[in-house]
Design a protein around this ligand. Structure first.
Ligand code: CA
Length: 654
């Protein structure tokens, strides 16, 4: 399709415009307006509406803020720098225009909307003052994200993953952000379950550009939100329609129907931030730090957490491997690879036992390896039997267990099977993190929600699954057939707003212990290596198996030994979501550039193209390519790369 730019720029005639919030350099503006006594915002980039006229407001048990009168707006410049030690970027310089817009409802009650407008990012949240009542329950938020679409709905394309029904899937553990993505669908394409979409949500606006919508700063004092089903509003002018999505709170059925789907806050108080990243290309979306720009660390830690790489037997060897003998083999594998960690997955309390864990810890430490242990979060919100159960959900047992973990030299926990975004569940995530830090433990979440600024908020937080992750490649051939497409989506969507504990990099041809049965890997060895750069998590638990030490190409093992898991810089080079991706990440002086292709059209580029994109002149460049017969070679700037379907390439520069 030839991308056409949209001419739908006008604002409705009945609108009263109250203010314009220009970001630094005036690239992005937020316009504040009211129409028929309702409040709206619009986001423009170089004068083009990227988010068209979209509603603001909420209904609460302490005032209905659906009808609003504009009172005033105060703007100021905010800037600063901060460090992220476990993400895609390490040093962030942040600059934005802050505007606090005050509105009043017909009863005379006040609500404020605080905006932060950057060059390519907009963040906003509601602030409720204390005017009488000391707390408030929010029935619903009226926040919309609307896009100017053509009446034929062939202008806006969506890249969305649906919210699932509650209490379905394995042992009734959903929703857990493990659904498929629709790729390049029109807004009218129905969502799979009828409950809208989980964050982040990517939209392509014809030839105008791209918009990523998500949220951040969700802690234990609010629920996680999502976008509801698409509906149509009147467009900004004749010849277009408004393709509109509204923020929705958790479904009542989540957590087996227990807990609230209407978050409550103490007053004065604020909601989490709704965040928008936009650009003419995908570059600002891949490189954005807005999820961390507007949040602060919630506690200081006395501990020195070490990120890195690990092995985990469960992914290929499954439940039967959770026994002392096999765990020692995976410790040996971690040791041989120079990895820091081995993750002991579910059932360890039954099959190894608490009493034998010190033996495994000693065995690991003699080999410079430390352990993570698995727990179920539940609880009464699913049917999980995989043990240990009912510990992480109980503050008394949790603290006792964490003391035992610390006393026995365990470095971290993986907590699985949450299932829901209610305020109670977000409080549980925070309680686990906070208690774990008291005991020097890092925390990985699985079967869980999207992290929302947590890499900066919680010093011992080291990963969330919240994606259709590597386990599905083991369970289903369809998943293996679709692996490349999914891998070419995550760098643009899921992984750009938060770390992603995918648990990948398979070097077996068959994803089963014997390597002779089970699902067949369709992607090449080099593709698997590329995902180690494309997917980011501060601790990467890779899916390699002990036999790979003998049967995998040495170039693959060498690469896994050296590849970092945290980055100083991340740069978009090229790509189309679901089709192909070329991404660069820097650690220290060294760039790792990964390419992957999910289409029949080869991706071709020269080393020089990458050097130019990174602003590098002459540099030492190593190329890993060759598909399933991989090799590493020094190459010059003139070297041409050709990446075919299900294949990848990695450049190591410097
Ligand atoms: Ca999972």
């Amino acid at each position: 399709m030839v991308a056409v730019a949209h001419m739908c720029a006008a604002i409705a005639l009945s609108a009263e415009i109250h203010g314009n919030i220009p970001g630094p350099n005036g690239m992005t503006d937020v316009i504040i307006l009211t129409i028929d006594g309702k409040a709206y915002y619009q986001v423009e980039h170089h004068g083009v509406p990227f988010v068209s006229t979209s509603r603001l407001g909420m209904r609460t048990n302490n005032g209905d803020f659906s009808q609003l009168e504009f009172v005033g707006m105060e703007t100021s410049e905010v800037s600063g720098s901060y460090r992220l030690n476990r993400s895609k970027t390490s040093e962030v310089d942040y600059e934005a225009t802050k505007a606090v817009c005050t509105f009043r409802n017909p009863e005379g009650k006040t609500i404020q909307v605080e905006f932060r407008v950057g060059r390519h990012d907009v963040a906003f949240r509601y602030i409720l003052p204390r005017e009488g009542a000391g707390s408030v329950r929010i029935f619903e938020e009226l926040t919309e994200f609307s896009f100017n679409d053509s009446p034929e709905h062939d202008f806006v394309k969506t890249y969305l993953t649906p919210q699932s029904d509650a209490m379905i899937g394995w042992m009734r553990t959903k929703p857990s952000y493990e659904e498929y993505y629709g790729v390049g669908k029109p807004v009218t394409a129905p969502s799979e379950y009828g409950h809208g979409y989980t964050f982040p949500c990517l939209f392509q606006l014809g030839g105008d550009g791209w918009v990523l919508v998500s949220e951040t700063g969700v802690d234990g004092r609010f629920c996680g939100s999502r976008l509801g089903e698409y509906y149509e509003t009147s467009g900004n002018s004749e010849g277009c329609v408004g393709a509109t999505y509204r923020v929705e709170y958790p479904m009542p059925e989540e957590n087996n129907g227990n807990g609230t789907s209407e978050p409550a806050i103490a007053l004065p108080g604020a909601t989490p931030w709704r965040i928008i990243t936009l650009g003419e290309t995908l570059k600002p979306i891949v490189e954005t730090t807005v999820a961390w720009d507007v949040v602060e660390p919630l506690y200081e830690t006395a501990n020195d957490y070490k990120f890195g790489k690990g092995t985990w037997s469960w992914i290929v060897w499954q439940d039967g491997s959770i026994r002392m003998e096999d765990q020692k083999k995976y410790v040996d594998l971690a040791s041989a690879m120079g990895f820091n960690y081995t993750l002991v997955d579910n059932w360890w309390d039954r099959t190894i036992g608490h009493d034998a864990i010190p033996e495994l810890v000693d065995y690991a430490r003699e080999r410079n390896v430390e352990l993570f242990l698995w727990y179920s979060s539940s609880g009464w919100w699913n049917d999980i039997e995989q043990s240990p159960v009912h510990i992480m959900s109980n503050p008394i047992l949790r603290k006792k267990e964490m003391k035992w973990l610390r006393d026995n030299g365990i470095k971290g926990i993986k907590v699985d099977f949450f299932g829901g975004d209610k305020q109670e569940t977000m409080a549980l995530y925070e309680a686990i993190l906070s208690d774990a830090d008291d005991h020097g433990l890092m925390v990985i979440f699985h079967g869980c929600t999207l992290p929302r600024g947590w890499e900066k908020m919680y010093p011992n937080y080291v990963g969330s699954e919240a994606v259709r992750a590597s386990e599905n490649l083991v369970f289903s051939q369809y998943e293996c057939d679709q692996e490349a497409q999914a891998a070419c989506l995550h760098p643009f969507i899921r992984n750009t707003v938060g770390c992603m504990e995918f648990g990948g990099c398979f070097l077996n041809e068959r994803l089963e212990k014997s390597n002779t049965r089970g699902t067949i890997r369709r992607t090449t060895d080099v593709f698997q290596l590329a995902t180690c750069v494309l997917f980011q998590n501060p601790i990467q638990n890779f899916a390699i198996t002990p036999n790979n030490l003998d049967d995998a190409p040495a170039v693959c093992l060498d690469f896994l030994r050296e590849v970092p898991t945290t980055w100083d810089e991340t740069r978009y080079i090229d790509g189309i979501p679901g089709e192909f991706v070329v991404l660069a990440r820097r650690n220290g002086d060294r760039w790792y550039v990964a390419a992957a292709n999910a289409t029949d059209t080869p991706v071709e580029f020269k080393v020089k193209d990458v050097l130019d994109a990174l602003g590098l002149g002459k540099a030492d460049v190593r190329l890993i390519d060759g598909g399933n017969d991989p090799s590493s070679s020094d190459v010059g700037a003139g070297k041409k790369l050709k990446v075919c379907r299900n294949d990848g390439a990695v450049l190591i520069i410097g």
